[in-house]
Design a protein around this ligand. Sequence first.
Ligand code: FAD
Ligand code: NAP
Length: 537
Amino acid sequence: MDLTPLCSFPEDCNRLNRSSTRSDTNARRLKPDSGLRTKTVKRVLSIDGTFDYDLAVIGGGSGGLACAKEAVNHGARVAVLDYVTPSPQGTKWGLGGTCVNVGCIPKKLMHQAALLGESIHEAVSYGWQIPDLDSIKINWANLTESVQNHIKSVNWVTRVDLRDKKIEYINGLGEFKDPHTIVATLKNGSKKELTAKHVVLAVGGRPNYPDIPGAIEYCISSDDIFSLGHPPGKTLVVGAGYIGLECAGFLNSLGFPATVLVRSVPLRGFDQQMASMITNEMEQRGVNFEHKTIPLSIEKLESGKLKARWLNTQTQEQKEDVFDTVLMATGRYALTKALNLDVAGVKCLSETGKVIADTEQTNVAHIYAVGDVLEGRPELTPVAIHAGRLLARRIFADSPHQMDYENVATTVFTPLEYGCVGLSEEAAIQRFGTENIEVYHQFYKPTEFFIPQRNIRNCYLKAVAMRAAPQKVLGLHFVGPVAGEVIQGFAAAIKCGLTMEHLMNTVGIHPTVAEEFTRLNITKRSGKDPNPASCCS
Ligand code: FAD
Ligand code: NAP
């Protein structure tokens, strides 16, 4: 079996090819308990001889592992605690955090499965002879098995990597006993105590459930969907953020009808013109959107199906329908409650559990936070990894470099992807005023869409720039195939101070979709038609 990985720790990727697919089966069976024996870790002391460790990281996900690995590179003695509390539906997973187990990686694999389904149909117009197109459908059990096997191999490699790097991995739920002492409750209920000079909180987050009858009892979340033991069938997705749209997109493309409840607007905070392009495209593919709605209740019927009721907050009309699965995608809270932060003196927000820390340093000098646990920072894997690495360098190698949270590129993996970096059109106008902003835009049709006659009208891109020369680019937005691959390179250009003149003087690579950025020359202000005249104009 080819295990060439899609992992979030690039340095682990080569190892993956050699790894087995062993799972962390013990982690699935046992839960922490309280009140049993307390052991203190073997006392091999830290650099300054006072504490068991120079650094204790609570949370073995993207940010925590990156920070731990960088710290040992600089000679620190490091422990990482990681523990996964089961979801309300009982789903658990191994080491590596959200991205690897229930986030980016399984999501991207299911998105890919959905894209492949489309490609099979399009292949016919390219000459492939496919005997019976109508009988082609997804085998959910095979899909989830392949996805889970890949995840288990990443869990295993991550564990081996920690051992090789001499990072102590403690599979236990950590909490503070005092500002420098952490108690881990292990799988068998026993306790392990350790002291550390520095502590990094990298506990990430978990899905919110709306406070309505039936939500926790009957609904699943992104924690459950990628390992669901049966095909999801007709699915209601509550929430129209990244997770809601991505899950509804791949489910619908895999043949499971999807309805999305949108409370305010899809992808709030993103450029709204682009958000409507991707939701229009999803609608054309059959996803049903219920706008301006909130869920009221989820009831389990005798048939085992779920009756969902919701309210249109504009018309006050109530609606109901019956689904096989209801997936809550209503945002995430930070996992700080179990940490006993009070005894350490660390402040966090009561509603979301998030920690406020401008430079990743909390209000307690030796306690830091990285990743999704931080208030007001993008909840993205590369953000957690980069912040974790830079933090370790600052603590253990006197590095002056701070994390720059500006101009972080991101992609929403909906059927037609949306990638962006920098300011939305709305944010640019709000910051600089309409008169000072120039927006260049263009519809386009990828070359490979012509043969299957894919009439996708929503392939579109725009550059938001200052109006005055040299027209510094403030934001780039791209809807179309492989949007993440397209936007990544331009994100580096924006970091280097990209202007419209640079962009227009860049020679494209033909025929690609990324070259469309080098062909932008129509401004919204001009009122000219942004539809393409021909492929080579
Ligand atoms: P996590 O990766 O969540 O790791 C925290 C770890 O700490 C977990 O294992 C947790 O169980 C453990 N823990 C918590 N409390 C304790 C405790 N008290 N003791 C011990 N261990 C504890 N980002 C992208 O960049 N691209 C994507 O495409 C993308 N897709 C996503 C799709 C989904 C469905 C989801 C849910 C998220 C996605 N994200 C994506 C976001 C990304 O997964 C997160 O931003 C990233 O994982 C955050 O890393 P972290 O280190 O902060 O926390
Ligand atoms: P999100 O983007 O904050 O979206 C939450 C959605 O749920 C919003 O549409 C919100 O509506 C809605 N909502 C919240 N409470 C609700 C309620 N009680 N009733 C009805 N609707 C409700 O959160 P998310 O989709 O869970 O994603 C979390 C984070 O993970 C993201 O911020 C992102 O950083 C990360 N992520 C990244 C990727 C990627 O990089 N491709 C993919 C997935 C996740 P309102 O807008 O009205 O509040």
